[in-house]
Design a protein around this ligand. Structure first.
Ligand code: GLN
Length: 269
């Protein structure tokens, strides 16, 4: 674990997220139909007060992905519950991860929810709600790789990441531009790893597990690269929505809904 400073910055949110966790019923599909045409060209209905427009990048299982033409996942379900509490209809816009914050800032989307890590730098651009989940940056390598721990990474390692993610930002900080190749999404990075174009992929642990399960010959290192908190980002011009969503989140935490949704997708080890 290299990123103690980042951990410290997040510890308060972790304490808050870890409050009252009681199991109880109530499930929801929370999904809405995935549109095959690029959502980026679709006009979003943000700011209407009737819809709650969520920007996400649905290539990030188990938080958001498309299955059978529907958006599924932890974030999709939690967003559905939040929209219900706000009396608004959830609309999902599937866009590139690194265009979410800009679109939220400009008011194109009401909120961004995409397994998004709270960072000091992003906080300069948007507000974050209280954290609803925690994440880990993990390292995927081919089985039998010479890379056995984080300490084996260096500026000579060919590191693959998803563009604009914390894995990208931290690895570029630590090992330099020359070591890091940024791919559009995690699946492309994993494909490059399978074809020996890179030596490892740094990505959030839950998607890492999905990719390793789906592809033979890959494994996740035991040592994590960084620990993080996920939260929803909202425009700094929309403090009311921030308060409303934080209230909804705190109710959903208190009555066990969030735990139940996460537990559906992630089994405790
Ligand atoms: N948690 C990472 C980040 O916020 C990756 C999120 C993602 O790829 N959807 O940068």
């Amino acid at each position: 674990m290299k990123h103690f400073k980042r951990l410290l910055a997040c510890s308060l949110a972790v304490v808050m997220a870890g409050s009252i966790l009681v199991a109880c019923g109530g499930s929801s599909t929370g999904s809405s139909e995935a549109d095959d045409s690029s959502a980026e060209t679709t006009e979003a209905d943000a700011g209407s007060g009737e819809k709650l427009v969520m920007a996400t990048n649905a290539t990030f299982p188990p938080y958001e992905y498309v299955e059978g033409g529907e958006y599924e996942g932890i974030d999709v379900e939690i967003a559905g519950k939040i929209a219900e509490k706000l009396g608004r209809e959830l609309e999902i816009q599937d866009v590139e991860f690194d265009s979410i914050i800009g679109g939220v800032q400009s008011g194109k989307y009401d909120m961004g929810m995409a397994g998004m890590t709270v960072t000091e730098e992003r906080k300069q651009s948007v507000n974050f709600t209280d954290s609803y989940a925690s994440g880990i940056q993990s390292i995927i390598v081919p089985e039998g790789s010479a890379i056995a721990t984080v300490d084996d990474l260096s500026s000579d390692t060919r590191i693959g990441v998803q563009q604009g993610t914390t894995g990208d930002i931290y690895a570029t900080d630590d090992y330099g531009d020359g070591a890091v190749t940024a791919y559009k999404n995690g699946a492309d990075a994993v494909q490059a790893l399978l074809t020996d174009k890179i030596d490892c992929v740094i990505i959030d642990n839950e998607p890492a597990k999905s990719f390793v399960e789906a592809n033979e010959g890959l494994t996740i290192l035991d040592t994590s690269y960084a620990e993080e908190d996920y939260a929803i980002c909202i425009s700094k011009d929309n403090e009311d929505l921030l308060t409303e969503i934080n209230d909804a989140l705190s109710e959903l935490k208190a009555d066990g809904t969030i735990d139940e949704i996460i537990g559906k997708y992630i089994t405790a080890e």
